[in-house]
Design a protein around this ligand. Structure first.
Ligand SMILES: [Zn+2]
Length: 169
C-alpha cells in the first residue's frame, strides 16, 4: 500500500489517517496485520504515528520450533521530503520539532510513501533478540545432542583414534 504525499498535504489539517488491515509481502503473519496510522505534513517533513499490531510467525532461537508472537509497535517516524518538492511548500506555518535520536528517512524521487515498508521495518525492528518461544524455553535436549554431533570436527576424530592407539600399545 502506498499513499500519495499530495493526498496528505491536501487532507484536512494536512493529516491523513490510514486504517491498514492486510498482509505484507516478506512478513509471515497469522492473520492480517492491523495498523492505524496518521500521516501529517509539516512543510518538508511528514510524520507518521500510530500503532501496528501483528501476529508474527517466528522460529525460536533455542528449540527451533515455530511460534507466533504478537508484536505491537508504537510508530513515530519522520520523513524528510527531498529536493523534488517545491520550496513554497515549506511555508506551511507549522514546524515539526525534531528530537535527538529521531530517525528521519529522506524521500527523494517519489511522491508516495510506502506504508507496507514502514510497517515491515517497524515490526521487524521490534522482533526481540534473542527470539524465544517462551522466556523459560531451555531448548530441545534431543536437538542439542544432534547439534553437538553436527558441529564435531571430523579432523578431531583422527586425534581420538590416535589416542586410543597410543593407549593400546
Ligand atoms: Zn523455544
Amino acid at each position: 500500500m502506498k499513499i500519495s504525499i499530495d493526498d496528505i498535504k491536501n487532507a484536512k489539517d494536512q493529516s491523513l489517517k490510514i486504517n491498514f488491515d492486510n498482509k505484507i509481502k516478506d512478513l509471515s503473519t497469522e492473520g492480517n496485520i492491523v495498523a492505524e496510522l496518521v500521516f501529517k505534513a509539516y512543510g518538508k517533513y511528514i510524520n507518521a504515528s500510530g500503532k501496528i499490531v501483528a501476529n508474527v510467525k517466528l522460529v525460536c532461537d533455542r528449540c527451533l520450533k515455530d511460534f507466533i508472537k504478537k508484536i505491537e509497535v508504537d510508530v513515530d517516524e519522520t520523513y524528510m521530503l527531498g529536493h523534488l518538492i517545491p520550496s513554497e511548500d515549506a511555508h506551511s506555518g507549522q514546524e515539526i520539532e525534531l528530537k535527538d535520536g529521531d530517525f528521519v528517512t529522506e524521500i527523494t524521487g517519489t511522491d508516495e510513501l510506502d506504508v507496507d515498508d514502514l510497517i515491515y521495518q517497524s515490526v521487524t525492528l521490534n522482533i526481540p533478540n534473542p527470539c524465544v518461544c517462551d522466556i523459560n524455553c531451555v531448548g530441545d535436549p534431543e536437538m542439542e545432542k544432534y547439534m553437538k554431533k553436527e558441529i564435531s570436527d571430523p579432523r578431531l576424530e583422527v586425534f581420538k583414534n590416535l589416542k586410543i592407539k597410543e593407549e593400546g600399545k
